[in-house]
Design a protein around this ligand. Structure first.
Ligand SMILES: *Cc1c(COP(=O)(O)O)cnc(C)c1O
Length: 380
C-alpha cells in the first residue's frame, strides 16, 4: 500500500525547512519574508517534470482536485458527467457538488469503465464530460475510451487517485485524458495526510482551475493581491506549505514506492497463480499497473465471502473487495438521489462480489506470499 509506511527523514527535511526561520505556511504572498521558499510551487514543478505535463496544480484533497477540474470545464448546471459505478464516493460527490448529474456506468473485466457501456450511454444521453477511474491501480481501457470521447467531442478527466505511477503504453496515467487528478490522502500510494493535485497540458484549463481553487484570484503578477484580476468566483482549495513539504519528500521516493508494489505483488502472484479456482483481474495489453492491490476473482460471491473469512483467520487482510463494496459501488448509494444509470448494474455487482482484493504493501513481511499460498491451499 501506501507512502504512509515510509514517512521519514525525506519529508522531515522539507518540513524542517519550512519551520526553521520564517514559518510562512501560505503558498503565496510574504515575498520579503520567505527567502524565496515556495514549497507548493516546488511540488507542482516536481510533478510536472515527473509526469511530463505542462501544468500541475496542488490542492487540498483528491476530491477537491476533481471539483476544481470540473469547475475549469465551465459546464452549465445540470450537465451530465459519465463515470463508472465502481469508484470511491468522492468521484460522484465532486460531480454533485458542481451542480452536475453523475451518470454511473457498468464496469468491464478490468473493473473500470466498460467502453461498451460508455458507447451505449453516449447514444442515450447528452454527456458533457467523462471521469474514468483507474480503480485500485489498474488502468482503464484508455485507447477505446479516448476514441469514443474524441468521436463525440467530450473531454476526459482521469481520476488517478489509485493509478498514480501506472502507465498506459508509454504514458503515465493521468496524462492521457485532458485532465488527470491525484489524491494524496493517508491511504494513497503518495501521501501528504490530506492533499491532491490536478495535471493538464491545456493551459486554459490550468488557468481557470488555478484561479477557481483560490477564490477566483488570477495571481496577476502586474498587481498586488488585493487588486488581483478575477473573472469568476471560486473557492478555497489551496494546499499549505507544510503539506507540500511532505509531498516533496514522498516524490523523492516515487520510483521506490512503485517498484516495491510491483515486486511484492508479483511475489504473491508467483506463489498462487497455479490455483485454478482463481482468475486474476484482467488488464489491457498496454497497461502497466501501479498495483495498489492484487485482485482476483472466484466462481461466485458465496465462495468469495468464505475465502475472505478464511484469509482473515490467518491474518491476511483484504482491501475493499469483497467486504466494502457498499463504500465503492454506486448501486448502493441510495443517499445520493442525483445519480442516474443506464442499466441496473447487476452485471457489475455480480463481478465485484466475486472479487478478492489483497492490499499490496511496500514493507511486505518475509514469508507473506507463502502464507497466502498456504491459505489458498487449505481452502481449495
Ligand atoms: C481517494 C479517492 C478520491 C478522493 O481523494 P481524497 O483525497 O480522499 O479526497 C477520489 N477518487 C478515488 C477513486 C479515490 O480512491
Amino acid at each position: 500500500m501506501p507512502g504512509n509506511e515510509i514517512l521519514g527523514k525525506e519529508e522531515k527535511k522539507h518540513v524542517d525547512e519550512v519551520m526553521s526561520g520564517h514559518h510562512i505556511l501560505l503558498r503565496h504572498s510574504f515575498q520579503n519574508l520567505r527567502g524565496n521558499q515556495y514549497k507548493v510551487d516546488e511540488l507542482e514543478r516536481v510533478a510536472e517534470q515527473k509526469f511530463g505535463v505542462k501544468h500541475a496544480l496542488a490542492v487540498s484533497s483528491g476530491t477537491a482536485a476533481l471539483r476544481v477540474a470540473i469547475a475549469a470545464l465551465g459546464l452549465p448546471r445540470g450537465s451530465i458527467i459519465a463515470t463508472q459505478s465502481f469508484t470511491f464516493v468522492g468521484t460522484v460527490e465532486a460531480i454533485v457538488e458542481a451542480g452536475c448529474v453523475p451518470l454511473c456506468l457498468d464496469i468491464d473485466e478490468t473493473l473500470n469503465l466498460a467502453p461498451k457501456a460508455l458507447q451505449d450511454a453516449c447514444n442515450k444521453f447528452d454527456i458533457s464530460a467523462i471521469i474514468v477511474v483507474h480503480m485500485l491501480g489498474t488502468p482503464a481501457r484508455m485507447d477505446q475510451i479516448s476514441e469514443i470521447a474524441k468521436s463525440k467531442n467530450i473531454l476526459v478527466i482521469e481520476d488517478t487517485a489509485w493509478g498514480i505511477g501506472g502507465k498506459f503504453g508509454d504514458r503515465f496515467l493521468g496524462t492521457i485524458g485532458d485532465i488527470g487528478t491525484f489524491s494524496f490522502d493517508y491511504a494513497k500510494a503518495i501521501t501528504t495526510g490530506e492533499g491532491g493535485m490536478m495535471i493538464t497540458n491545456n493551459s486554459e484549463i490550468d488557468f481557470r482551475a488555478r484561479a477557481w481553487h483560490d477564490h477566483g484570484h488570477e495571481n496577476n503578477p502586474e498587481v498586488a493581491r488585493w487588486e488581483d484580476t478575477r473573472h469568476s468566483s471560486g473557492f478555497n482549495y489551496r494546499m499549505s506549505e507544510l503539506t507540500a513539504a511532505v509531498g516533496l519528500g514522498q516524490f523523492e521516493k516515487f520510483e521506490f514506492i512503485f517498484e516495491s508494489h510491483r515486486a511484492n505483488a508479483n511475489a504473491i502472484w508467483d506463489e498462487i497463480k497455479h490455483f485454478e479456482f482463481i482468475k486474476r483481474r484482467s488488464n489491457d495489453d498496454r497497461a502497466l499497473e501501479s498495483l495498489e492491490a492484487l485482485i482476483f476473482e472466484v466462481d461466485n460471491s458465496v465462495t468469495a465471502l468464505r475465502l475472505k473469512q478464511h484469509l482473515t483467520k490467518l491474518n491476511i487482510s483484504t482491501k475493499i473487495l469483497p467486504e466494502a463494496i457498499s463504500w465503492h459501488f454506486s448501486k448502493t448509494w441510495n443517499h445520493i438521489p442525483e445519480i442516474i444509470t443506464t442499466t441496473d448494474l447487476s452485471d457489475s455487482e455480480d463481478r465485484l462480489r466475486r472479487c478478492i482484493s489483497l492490499p499490496v504493501n511496500i514493507k511486505q513481511p518475509t514469508g507473506y506470499p507463502q502464507l497466502v499460498k498456504k491459505a489458498l491451499e487449505e481452502f481449495s
